[in-house]
Structure formats: structure tokens, C-alpha cells
Design a protein around this ligand. Structure first.
Ligand code: MN
Length: 153
């Protein structure tokens, strides 16, 4: 009996958490593999959808940021396009205010512009990023400090 109660509580907790993150489990792209790179803070997942090659030099990936997860500050030599698929996230360019991203929002990040993107503190965020590789690899910078992450929320 005790086990049944504990199981019921665990199931309730699980469903409660899923609801809290505000992200459906049956999105178009699966969330892929957990990102182990230290260019990310918190837990994030990557599904590499398209590898860049010599003919089409865009890399396309779906990234799922769990609540509070984000990239470090970074820039892309050929810029980046971010398509917001679900949840609630942030995008911020150095020197500008944070922009809230929700399902359907599109960001065109200019080349060589330091910025970060990620989830809000209590909601998962799912994005597809299209990153031009013709001018070189992403340049990774410092972590997004908590003071920066939480400012203006
Ligand atoms: Mn970026």
C-alpha cells in the first residue's frame, strides 16, 4: 500500500512538472542528445537536423533548453536565425535588453554580434537554430551571469 501511494505521488509530481514547463512532449523534432559542452549553462538537448557541407553551408539544429538553461555569450561569423517552437525563452544581444521568445517568434541575429539565448527560469524553451558556417565557427565568450540572466525579468 505504501508503495502504491509513493508511486501515485511520483506520477502526480511527474505530470505536475511536465505541466509546469509548458512544453508538449510531442513536438515536431525529438529533443536529441544531452549537450555536454561547457558552452552551455544548465541542461540542454540538441537534435542535429542538418549538417553544413560545402554546397549548403547552413547547420540546422533543434535545441531544447530546460528551465534556467542558456548558452554562454557567443557570436556567429555569418549570423544565425532562431525559430522559437515552444515554451518561453530569451534572446539578448550585448548592450540591448532581453527579448522574450515564444512559439512562432523569429530572430535574425546579425554576424559577429555577441548574444545569448536560452530558456526562462521556470519554462522549457525549444528553438531551431540555422547557423551559417561559411565564415567560420561560433566564437564562444563568457558565461551569462545570474545578474544578467535575471535582470529585467
Ligand atoms: Mn547564437
Amino acid at each position: 500500500m505504501k508503495n502504491i501511494i509513493i508511486t501515485a505521488m511520483a506520477v502526480a509530481l511527474l505530470f505536475g512538472c511536465k505541466e509546469q514547463t509548458g512544453v508538449k512532449e510531442d513536438l515536431i523534432f525529438s529533443k536529441g542528445e544531452k549537450i555536454t559542452s561547457d558552452n552551455f549553462t544548465g541542461i540542454a538537448w540538441l537534435n542535429n537536423l542538418v549538417q553544413a557541407d560545402s554546397i549548403n553551408q547552413n547547420a540546422v539544429g533543434s535545441v531544447t533548453f530546460e528551465p534556467g538553461a542558456r548558452t554562454k555569450w557567443h557570436s556567429h561569423p555569418a549570423g544565425q536565425i532562431i525559430l522559437a517552437l515552444d515554451g518561453l525563452g530569451y534572446y539578448q544581444e550585448k548592450g540591448s535588453s532581453k527579448v522574450i521568445l515564444k512559439k512562432g517568434d523569429v530572430v535574425k541575429c546579425p554576424p559577429n554580434t555577441p548574444h545569448w539565448h536560452g530558456a526562462s527560469a521556470d519554462t522549457t524553451f525549444v528553438q531551431v537554430a540555422i547557423t551559417g558556417r561559411e565564415k567560420g565557427e561560433t566564437v564562444w565568450l563568457e558565461e551569462v551571469a545570474d545578474e544578467e540572466y535575471y535582470s529585467g525579468i
